[in-house]
Design a protein around this ligand. Structure first.
Ligand code: GLP
Length: 302
Protein backbone atom coordinates (compact mmCIF):
# COMPACT_ATOMS: atom_id res chain seq x y z
CA UNK A 1 0.00 0.00 0.00
CA UNK A 2 2.78 2.46 1.01
CA UNK A 3 4.75 1.63 -2.08
CA UNK A 4 1.71 2.38 -4.11
CA UNK A 5 1.23 5.77 -2.47
CA UNK A 6 4.83 6.76 -3.25
CA UNK A 7 4.15 6.30 -6.86
CA UNK A 8 1.09 8.48 -6.68
CA UNK A 9 2.64 11.76 -5.28
CA UNK A 10 5.32 14.24 -6.36
CA UNK A 11 8.39 14.31 -4.07
CA UNK A 12 11.25 16.87 -3.78
CA UNK A 13 14.95 15.92 -3.56
CA UNK A 14 14.72 15.25 0.19
CA UNK A 15 11.76 13.14 -0.30
CA UNK A 16 9.13 15.65 0.93
CA UNK A 17 5.75 15.77 -0.65
CA UNK A 18 5.61 18.81 -2.91
CA UNK A 19 2.67 18.51 -5.13
CA UNK A 20 -0.80 17.18 -5.66
CA UNK A 21 -1.41 13.53 -5.99
CA UNK A 22 -0.72 12.58 -9.54
CA UNK A 23 -3.01 10.37 -11.55
CA UNK A 24 -2.50 6.62 -11.57
CA UNK A 25 -0.26 5.57 -14.37
CA UNK A 26 -2.42 4.45 -17.31
CA UNK A 27 -0.18 1.38 -17.53
CA UNK A 28 -1.55 0.14 -14.18
CA UNK A 29 -5.14 0.58 -15.35
CA UNK A 30 -4.30 -1.33 -18.46
CA UNK A 31 -2.99 -4.23 -16.38
CA UNK A 32 -6.09 -4.35 -14.17
CA UNK A 33 -8.35 -4.24 -17.22
CA UNK A 34 -6.37 -6.97 -18.93
CA UNK A 35 -6.46 -9.16 -15.80
CA UNK A 36 -10.25 -8.75 -15.49
CA UNK A 37 -10.82 -9.55 -19.17
CA UNK A 38 -8.51 -12.58 -18.90
CA UNK A 39 -10.37 -13.80 -15.81
CA UNK A 40 -13.73 -13.37 -17.56
CA UNK A 41 -12.47 -15.31 -20.61
CA UNK A 42 -11.08 -18.09 -18.38
CA UNK A 43 -14.43 -18.14 -16.53
CA UNK A 44 -16.35 -18.48 -19.80
CA UNK A 45 -14.03 -21.26 -21.02
CA UNK A 46 -14.36 -23.17 -17.73
CA UNK A 47 -18.16 -22.76 -17.78
CA UNK A 48 -18.39 -23.95 -21.39
CA UNK A 49 -16.13 -26.90 -20.49
CA UNK A 50 -18.43 -27.87 -17.62
CA UNK A 51 -21.50 -27.63 -19.88
CA UNK A 52 -19.91 -29.76 -22.63
CA UNK A 53 -18.70 -32.30 -20.03
CA UNK A 54 -22.19 -32.48 -18.50
CA UNK A 55 -23.80 -32.96 -21.92
CA UNK A 56 -21.39 -35.78 -22.82
CA UNK A 57 -21.53 -37.28 -19.37
CA UNK A 58 -25.31 -37.71 -19.86
CA UNK A 59 -24.32 -40.33 -22.46
CA UNK A 60 -21.55 -42.00 -20.47
CA UNK A 61 -23.93 -44.79 -19.44
CA UNK A 62 -24.42 -45.72 -23.11
CA UNK A 63 -21.96 -48.26 -24.48
CA UNK A 64 -21.98 -48.59 -28.24
CA UNK A 65 -20.96 -51.99 -29.58
CA UNK A 66 -20.66 -52.29 -33.35
CA UNK A 67 -20.76 -55.90 -34.50
CA UNK A 68 -19.65 -57.20 -37.86
CA UNK A 69 -23.09 -58.55 -38.74
CA UNK A 70 -26.46 -59.72 -37.38
CA UNK A 71 -25.05 -62.99 -35.99
CA UNK A 72 -22.28 -61.27 -34.08
CA UNK A 73 -24.77 -58.69 -32.77
CA UNK A 74 -27.01 -61.54 -31.55
CA UNK A 75 -24.10 -63.35 -29.86
CA UNK A 76 -22.93 -60.23 -28.05
CA UNK A 77 -26.42 -59.49 -26.73
CA UNK A 78 -26.98 -63.13 -25.70
CA UNK A 79 -23.66 -63.17 -23.81
CA UNK A 80 -24.67 -60.15 -21.72
CA UNK A 81 -28.06 -61.74 -20.94
CA UNK A 82 -26.44 -65.09 -20.09
CA UNK A 83 -23.91 -63.42 -17.77
CA UNK A 84 -26.77 -61.78 -15.89
CA UNK A 85 -28.66 -65.09 -15.51
CA UNK A 86 -25.48 -66.80 -14.27
CA UNK A 87 -25.02 -64.09 -11.64
CA UNK A 88 -28.70 -63.90 -10.78
CA UNK A 89 -30.70 -67.07 -11.62
CA UNK A 90 -33.87 -65.23 -10.46
CA UNK A 91 -33.33 -62.42 -12.95
CA UNK A 92 -36.31 -60.52 -14.33
CA UNK A 93 -36.01 -59.93 -18.06
CA UNK A 94 -37.93 -57.51 -20.26
CA UNK A 95 -38.39 -59.08 -23.68
CA UNK A 96 -39.10 -57.73 -27.14
CA UNK A 97 -40.59 -59.15 -30.32
CA UNK A 98 -39.78 -58.39 -33.97
CA UNK A 99 -37.10 -59.85 -36.20
CA UNK A 100 -34.22 -58.13 -34.39
CA UNK A 101 -34.04 -60.29 -31.22
CA UNK A 102 -34.73 -63.65 -32.94
CA UNK A 103 -30.98 -64.40 -33.34
CA UNK A 104 -30.39 -63.52 -29.68
CA UNK A 105 -33.19 -65.86 -28.62
CA UNK A 106 -31.62 -68.64 -30.73
CA UNK A 107 -28.30 -68.08 -28.97
CA UNK A 108 -30.03 -68.23 -25.58
CA UNK A 109 -31.81 -71.46 -26.57
CA UNK A 110 -28.42 -72.93 -27.47
CA UNK A 111 -26.90 -71.84 -24.16
CA UNK A 112 -29.85 -73.40 -22.34
CA UNK A 113 -29.50 -76.66 -24.26
CA UNK A 114 -25.75 -76.71 -23.45
CA UNK A 115 -26.70 -76.25 -19.79
CA UNK A 116 -24.68 -73.04 -19.68
CA UNK A 117 -27.75 -71.22 -18.29
CA UNK A 118 -31.12 -72.20 -16.87
CA UNK A 119 -34.34 -70.19 -17.16
CA UNK A 120 -36.14 -72.18 -14.44
CA UNK A 121 -36.20 -69.24 -12.03
CA UNK A 122 -36.19 -66.44 -14.59
CA UNK A 123 -39.25 -64.19 -14.87
CA UNK A 124 -40.09 -62.34 -18.08
CA UNK A 125 -42.23 -59.36 -19.05
CA UNK A 126 -42.86 -58.56 -22.70
CA UNK A 127 -43.05 -55.04 -23.99
CA UNK A 128 -46.25 -55.14 -25.96
CA UNK A 129 -49.09 -56.97 -27.70
CA UNK A 130 -51.58 -56.20 -30.45
CA UNK A 131 -55.10 -55.33 -29.33
CA UNK A 132 -58.02 -57.44 -30.57
CA UNK A 133 -55.82 -60.07 -32.19
CA UNK A 134 -56.51 -63.55 -30.94
CA UNK A 135 -53.83 -64.62 -28.45
CA UNK A 136 -53.26 -67.76 -30.55
CA UNK A 137 -53.07 -65.93 -33.88
CA UNK A 138 -49.77 -66.82 -35.57
CA UNK A 139 -48.73 -63.14 -35.45
CA UNK A 140 -49.71 -62.38 -31.87
CA UNK A 141 -46.72 -61.57 -29.68
CA UNK A 142 -47.89 -64.34 -27.36
CA UNK A 143 -47.42 -66.87 -30.19
CA UNK A 144 -44.17 -65.20 -31.25
CA UNK A 145 -42.62 -65.58 -27.80
CA UNK A 146 -43.80 -69.14 -27.42
CA UNK A 147 -42.48 -70.19 -30.82
CA UNK A 148 -39.18 -68.28 -30.79
CA UNK A 149 -38.18 -68.76 -27.19
CA UNK A 150 -40.41 -70.18 -24.48
CA UNK A 151 -41.16 -73.60 -25.98
CA UNK A 152 -37.44 -74.17 -26.54
CA UNK A 153 -36.12 -73.38 -23.05
CA UNK A 154 -36.70 -74.68 -19.52
CA UNK A 155 -38.67 -71.60 -18.45
CA UNK A 156 -41.71 -71.89 -16.17
CA UNK A 157 -44.50 -70.48 -18.39
CA UNK A 158 -46.28 -69.16 -15.28
CA UNK A 159 -43.34 -66.77 -14.88
CA UNK A 160 -43.73 -65.33 -18.39
CA UNK A 161 -45.91 -62.26 -18.87
CA UNK A 162 -47.26 -60.64 -22.01
CA UNK A 163 -49.75 -57.76 -21.90
CA UNK A 164 -53.31 -58.90 -22.66
CA UNK A 165 -54.66 -57.56 -25.94
CA UNK A 166 -58.14 -58.97 -25.55
CA UNK A 167 -60.95 -58.12 -23.15
CA UNK A 168 -61.28 -55.04 -20.93
CA UNK A 169 -58.54 -52.68 -22.13
CA UNK A 170 -58.53 -50.48 -19.02
CA UNK A 171 -58.22 -53.48 -16.75
CA UNK A 172 -55.46 -55.01 -18.89
CA UNK A 173 -53.49 -51.76 -18.72
CA UNK A 174 -53.94 -51.46 -14.95
CA UNK A 175 -53.02 -55.10 -14.30
CA UNK A 176 -49.83 -54.93 -16.33
CA UNK A 177 -48.83 -51.63 -14.69
CA UNK A 178 -49.34 -53.24 -11.25
CA UNK A 179 -47.26 -56.26 -12.23
CA UNK A 180 -44.40 -54.05 -13.40
CA UNK A 181 -44.68 -51.96 -10.26
CA UNK A 182 -44.09 -55.08 -8.16
CA UNK A 183 -41.31 -56.54 -10.33
CA UNK A 184 -38.26 -54.45 -11.19
CA UNK A 185 -36.86 -55.52 -14.54
CA UNK A 186 -33.13 -56.22 -14.32
CA UNK A 187 -32.49 -56.25 -18.05
CA UNK A 188 -34.75 -54.94 -20.81
CA UNK A 189 -34.16 -55.99 -24.41
CA UNK A 190 -35.29 -53.52 -27.06
CA UNK A 191 -35.55 -53.38 -30.81
CA UNK A 192 -36.40 -50.10 -32.50
CA UNK A 193 -38.88 -49.12 -35.19
CA UNK A 194 -37.75 -47.15 -38.23
CA UNK A 195 -39.47 -44.08 -36.80
CA UNK A 196 -37.61 -44.53 -33.51
CA UNK A 197 -40.45 -46.22 -31.62
CA UNK A 198 -39.63 -48.55 -28.75
CA UNK A 199 -42.19 -51.14 -27.70
CA UNK A 200 -45.17 -49.49 -29.35
CA UNK A 201 -44.35 -46.03 -28.00
CA UNK A 202 -44.90 -44.00 -31.13
CA UNK A 203 -43.32 -40.56 -31.76
CA UNK A 204 -44.73 -37.90 -29.43
CA UNK A 205 -45.41 -40.29 -26.51
CA UNK A 206 -44.50 -38.47 -23.26
CA UNK A 207 -41.52 -40.13 -21.58
CA UNK A 208 -43.32 -40.32 -18.22
CA UNK A 209 -46.14 -42.51 -19.51
CA UNK A 210 -46.69 -45.99 -18.07
CA UNK A 211 -48.53 -48.95 -19.64
CA UNK A 212 -51.10 -47.70 -22.16
CA UNK A 213 -53.13 -48.46 -25.26
CA UNK A 214 -51.96 -46.92 -28.50
CA UNK A 215 -53.17 -46.30 -32.05
CA UNK A 216 -50.35 -47.48 -34.30
CA UNK A 217 -48.83 -45.01 -36.75
CA UNK A 218 -49.23 -45.69 -40.47
CA UNK A 219 -45.48 -46.21 -40.82
CA UNK A 220 -45.57 -48.92 -38.14
CA UNK A 221 -48.63 -50.57 -39.69
CA UNK A 222 -46.90 -50.60 -43.11
CA UNK A 223 -43.67 -51.97 -41.59
CA UNK A 224 -45.54 -54.76 -39.81
CA UNK A 225 -47.63 -55.70 -42.86
CA UNK A 226 -44.80 -58.10 -43.85
CA UNK A 227 -45.96 -60.33 -41.00
CA UNK A 228 -49.58 -60.19 -42.25
CA UNK A 229 -49.16 -61.39 -45.85
CA UNK A 230 -48.24 -57.82 -46.82
CA UNK A 231 -51.88 -56.89 -46.39
CA UNK A 232 -52.21 -53.63 -44.44
CA UNK A 233 -55.89 -54.33 -43.74
CA UNK A 234 -54.89 -57.40 -41.75
CA UNK A 235 -52.47 -55.54 -39.47
CA UNK A 236 -54.02 -54.65 -36.08
CA UNK A 237 -54.35 -50.89 -35.68
CA UNK A 238 -54.03 -50.79 -31.91
CA UNK A 239 -51.70 -52.21 -29.30
CA UNK A 240 -51.04 -52.27 -25.57
CA UNK A 241 -47.49 -51.36 -24.61
CA UNK A 242 -45.20 -50.68 -21.69
CA UNK A 243 -44.64 -46.94 -21.55
CA UNK A 244 -41.26 -45.27 -21.77
CA UNK A 245 -41.38 -44.75 -17.98
CA UNK A 246 -41.63 -48.53 -17.47
CA UNK A 247 -38.74 -49.09 -19.90
CA UNK A 248 -36.58 -46.49 -18.15
CA UNK A 249 -37.38 -48.12 -14.79
CA UNK A 250 -35.38 -51.20 -15.76
CA UNK A 251 -31.84 -51.50 -14.40
CA UNK A 252 -30.05 -52.22 -17.66
CA UNK A 253 -31.17 -51.92 -21.27
CA UNK A 254 -29.89 -53.62 -24.41
CA UNK A 255 -30.98 -51.86 -27.59
CA UNK A 256 -30.35 -53.88 -30.73
CA UNK A 257 -30.59 -52.83 -34.36
CA UNK A 258 -29.42 -54.23 -37.66
CA UNK A 259 -29.69 -53.07 -41.25
CA UNK A 260 -29.49 -49.69 -42.96
CA UNK A 261 -33.17 -48.97 -42.35
CA UNK A 262 -32.32 -48.60 -38.63
CA UNK A 263 -29.31 -46.31 -39.21
CA UNK A 264 -31.30 -43.11 -38.62
CA UNK A 265 -32.79 -44.41 -35.37
CA UNK A 266 -29.30 -45.32 -34.13
CA UNK A 267 -27.91 -41.95 -35.21
CA UNK A 268 -30.65 -40.27 -33.12
CA UNK A 269 -30.04 -42.34 -29.99
CA UNK A 270 -26.33 -41.47 -30.11
CA UNK A 271 -27.02 -37.82 -30.99
CA UNK A 272 -26.85 -36.21 -27.51
CA UNK A 273 -30.29 -34.79 -28.26
CA UNK A 274 -33.36 -35.99 -26.40
CA UNK A 275 -36.47 -35.59 -28.57
CA UNK A 276 -39.99 -36.69 -27.63
CA UNK A 277 -40.70 -37.23 -31.33
CA UNK A 278 -37.99 -39.90 -31.48
CA UNK A 279 -38.87 -42.19 -28.54
CA UNK A 280 -35.59 -44.14 -28.63
CA UNK A 281 -33.69 -40.96 -27.62
CA UNK A 282 -35.24 -41.44 -24.15
CA UNK A 283 -32.44 -43.95 -23.51
CA UNK A 284 -30.10 -40.97 -23.13
CA UNK A 285 -31.81 -40.10 -19.84
CA UNK A 286 -31.81 -43.67 -18.49
CA UNK A 287 -30.32 -43.89 -14.99
CA UNK A 288 -28.67 -47.28 -15.52
CA UNK A 289 -26.46 -48.87 -18.13
CA UNK A 290 -27.51 -48.97 -21.80
CA UNK A 291 -25.84 -51.23 -24.36
CA UNK A 292 -26.48 -50.19 -27.96
CA UNK A 293 -25.52 -53.28 -29.96
CA UNK A 294 -25.74 -52.80 -33.71
CA UNK A 295 -24.39 -54.29 -36.90
CA UNK A 296 -22.20 -52.22 -39.24
CA UNK A 297 -25.14 -51.23 -41.42
CA UNK A 298 -27.16 -49.81 -38.53
CA UNK A 299 -24.00 -47.94 -37.43
CA UNK A 300 -23.40 -46.51 -40.92
CA UNK A 301 -24.69 -43.01 -40.07
CA UNK A 302 -22.63 -42.56 -36.89
C1 GLP B 1 -42.54 -53.74 -33.53
C2 GLP B 1 -42.37 -54.01 -32.05
C3 GLP B 1 -41.12 -53.38 -31.51
C4 GLP B 1 -39.96 -53.73 -32.42
C5 GLP B 1 -40.20 -53.19 -33.79
C6 GLP B 1 -39.05 -53.45 -34.74
O1 GLP B 1 -43.14 -52.54 -33.78
N1 GLP B 1 -43.47 -53.57 -31.29
O2 GLP B 1 -40.89 -53.82 -30.19
O3 GLP B 1 -38.78 -53.20 -31.88
O4 GLP B 1 -41.35 -53.81 -34.29
O5 GLP B 1 -39.20 -54.70 -35.35
P1 GLP B 1 -38.07 -55.45 -36.13
O6 GLP B 1 -37.13 -55.96 -35.10
O7 GLP B 1 -38.77 -56.57 -36.85
O8 GLP B 1 -37.45 -54.49 -37.06
Amino acid sequence: MKENEKELVDLDEEGNVTGEKIEKKPKKNDYTFKIIVTLIIIGIIVLAGILVYKQYNKMSHIELIVAEDYDEMSRKAANIIADLIKKNPNAILGLATGSTPVGTYNELIQKNKNKEISFQNVTTFNLDEYIDLDKNHPQSYYTFMYEHLFKNIDINLAKTHIPKGQGDSKLNVQNYENLLHNNKINLQILGVGRNGHIGFNEPGTPFDMGVHDVELHNKTIKDNARFFENDISKVPKKAITMGIRNILDSETIILMANGTNKADAIKYVMSHKVDVNIPVTALQIHKGKVYVIVDKKAASKL
